[in-house]
Design a protein. Structure first.
Length: 310
């Protein structure tokens, strides 16, 4: 005896649709990247508060992290609208809401613009105007500097590192209302960290980038990419000690920063060593190791910095 399948209850259907829509919005704002941006902003705010003797756990921290997160998420959505044709050509991005046709470009653009402008306004009202202006400049640099350059030149990674290194600075300025050497040190750490991080991603997805004609250095020259990973991860070690020189942290942070930096540098060295099975290209396994190390390195370094803040 055959059984006739029963239709799913309306409430369950709506629940699944809501879950799918939530997942699409999460992909649209690049939730994982945006969460790292928010963490960096929180670190900057915390360190600025400790430096000035104020309480770090305050509504100001909440406002700064929320505002920066809104700008970052909105900018990511606009970026996906601008690059939807490229995303449709790459295996790792073709299931995003726009290339998969689960969301229209007009809807995503309206959402991204609204989120970005509301985030900037929120920072202006809840933090200060300097934070709002810097957040707006960061968004503009990412969308109209880094994004179009990806189609033209490998210099896009260098240009994109500037807006990418701003979140901790935004958090600092939200707490202090001014710039200085301390936020510049935080900027430098993230700026140098981005090259091993993004180059390792480019090595992993080289065929995708080549198919979409994105001009990453890994597409043109993988050996030069490996050399840059080594150079920037090595320079990151002394740069990560800048907070110690500026009396933002102490010996515990310095020790941890050197150990973390040495481990990160070692993964880059292994990537550059020729692998007979994949020469002249770099090993995917070793590129994945660099990426994994970079994902652990920055949060651990910032946690150490906050725990040993002066």
């Amino acid at each position: 005896m055959t059984t006739i399948p029963q239709p799913m209850p309306r409430a369950a259907t709506l629940g699944w649709r809501a879950l799918g829509l939530l997942r699409d919005y999460s992909e649209l704002v690049k939730a994982r990247v945006t969460s790292l941006v928010m963490m960096s902003a929180a670190c900057g705010f915390y360190l600025a508060s400790v430096k000035s003797g104020a309480s770090a756990l305050s509504w100001g921290l909440f406002h700064a992290v929320l505002g920066v997160g809104m700008v970052a998420g909105g900018t990511a959505a606009i970026n996906q609208v601008m690059e939807r044709d490229l995303d449709a050509l790459m295996l790792r991005t073709l299931r995003r809401p726009l290339p998969a046709a689960r969301m229209s470009a007009a809807h995503a653009a309206a959402f991204g613009l609204l989120f970005t402008f509301c985030g900037i306004a929120y920072l202006a009202l809840a933090a200060n105007w300097l934070t709002a202006l810097l957040a707006a400049a960061t968004s503009v640099a990412y969308l109209f500097g880094y994004t179009p350059l990806k189609r033209r030149s490998p210099i896009c990674t260098f240009v994109g590192a500037f807006p990418g290194a701003m979140p901790a600075v935004l958090g600092w300025v939200a707490a202090r209302g001014s710039l200085g050497w301390e936020p510049l040190a935080l900027f430098g750490i993230v700026w140098f960290w981005q090259f091993p991080h993004f180059h390792s991603i480019a090595c992993l997805y080289r065929e995708d980038y080549e198919r979409a004609r994105i001009r990453m250095l890994a597409v043109a020259d993988q050996r030069a990419t490996a050399n840059e990973i080594i150079a920037y991860s090595l320079l990151l070690i002394p740069i990560s000690l800048a907070p110690v020189w500026l009396h933002m942290s102490g010996l515990a942070y310095a020790t941890g920063a050197v150990l973390l930096g040495a481990a990160f540098f070692w993964t880059g060295l292994r990537l550059a060593r020729r692998d007979p099975e994949c020469a002249p290209a770099v090993s995917r396994t070793r590129a994945r190791n660099v990426l994994q190390a970079s994902v652990f390195y920055l949060p651990l370094l910032f946690v150490l910095l906050m725990l040993n803040a002066k």
